[in-house]
Design a protein around this ligand. Structure first.
Ligand code: NAI
Length: 316
């Protein structure tokens, strides 16, 4: 084995980043979890007389993600004390700490330009030989590494975890033509033996394998629902509990994934296909309205369902 992972970093502490950090902590790996610095105070922070330069404010986004890890169901942490293995920070103040990390996983918004600009910074601050990977759902892995140093490109690949990371076994590993085969072998072995994943090697094509099929199936289901005049509840019954999949019904899945993320992921394919297939990947207008309203699912507190599971949207 080429190297070991003594310390990891996860950049982006949202739905997936916090879950991946928890999974790493569960297997005993100290993990640095970074996010961006907030540009506005909350009402509560203002009342307390805090300013944007206070550490507690600067680390607020990632801290609140960590707090959510303690409340989420099913639990992302095998034991609450694993949280101590996760160090919260922000990119501006803590980027130097990437030098101590053997594996840096990018888990930020699904946007090529934003990810490229982050990788430019990571390239400047990582130690040579450290592995860097992206949890992208389907953006070209090679495109993300364009312009980076030779050492970065040799050690860069896609590692696509599924939601929730502690429970879903699939890990898609996506090398580029520049990835060192020894790095791919190491991540495969580490993924299987340490993280307990089932590894699938995927080609660097839009949305790789699982999301290429998954987004297509989900959007065809939604279009059939609109044409047939069915309700969210009816669709979820026949795509979920009634066929023995209580946790993977169509709209419950969207609430867990986050509607904004789903729309970004569908767009990865929309931009690259033509004709009837493009029509499938064209997001229905009611979903676009929900996104504009900020009804993104569990992460924003409102989506197709309330957090408590009560239906709030009826389509008729
Ligand atoms: P999210 O919206 O829940 O979290 C994104 C986080 O990244 C936020 O905390 C945000 O503040 C932070 N962020 C944004 N720009 C940043 C920057 N420049 N530097 C540092 N942090 C930044 O998104 P989610 O769902 O966790 O997705 C993250 C990535 O994982 C995306 O690439 C997505 O496609 C992928 N993914 C998402 C899955 C899901 O079920 N939600 C499943 C598998 C992959």
């Amino acid at each position: 084995m080429k190297q070991s992972i003594k310390k990891a970093a996860v950049i982006g502490s949202g739905v997936m980043g916090s879950g991946i950090a928890a999974h790493l902590a569960n297997v005993g790996i100290p993990t640095l979890l970074l996010d961006i610095v907030p540009n506005k105070l909350t009402d509560d922070e203002e009342k307390k007389g805090l300013t944007l330069s206070d550490k507690v404010v600067r680390n607020r986004i990632v801290q609140s993600s960590l707090q959510k890890l303690l409340k989420q169901k099913p639990a992302p942490l095998t034991t609450k004390s694993n949280l101590q293995l996760i160090e919260a920070g922000n990119l501006e103040d803590d980027i130097e700490k990437l030098k101590d990390c053997d594996w840096i996983i990018e888990v930020i918004v699904e946007n090529l330009e934003v990810k490229k600009s982050l990788f430019e910074k990571v390239d400047q601050h990582r130690k040579p030989g450290s592995i860097v990977s992206s949890n992208t759902s389907g953006i070209s892995v090679e495109a993300m590494s364009e312009g980076r140093s030779e050492d970065f490109q040799k050690n860069f690949l896609g590692t696509h975890f599924f939601n929730p990371p502690r429970y879903l076994k699939l890990l898609e590993v996506i090398p580029t033509k520049n990835t060192d085969p020894a790095v791919v072998s190491f991540i495969k072995e580490f993924g299987e033996n340490v993280l307990g994943k089932g590894i699938v090697l995927a080609k660097d094509t839009p949305n790789f394998i699982a999301n290429r099929i998954g987004t297509y199936g989900l959007l065809v289901t939604v279009k059939e629902m609109l044409e047939g005049g069915y309700s969210v509840g009816e669709v979820d019954s026949v795509t979920g509990p009634l066929i023995g999949r209580p946790k993977s019904a169509t709209f419950r899945t969207l609430d867990v994934v986050g509607l904004d993320t789903f729309i970004h992921v569908a767009k990865n394919v929309y931009d690259k296909v033509e004709g009837a297939e493009k029509e499938v990947f064209n997001i229905p207008s009611f979903m676009q309205t929900m996104q504009q309203n900020g009804w993104l699912g569990s992460k924003s507190g409102q989506g197709f369902y309330l957090k408590q599971g009560k239906e709030i949207l009826e389509l008729d």
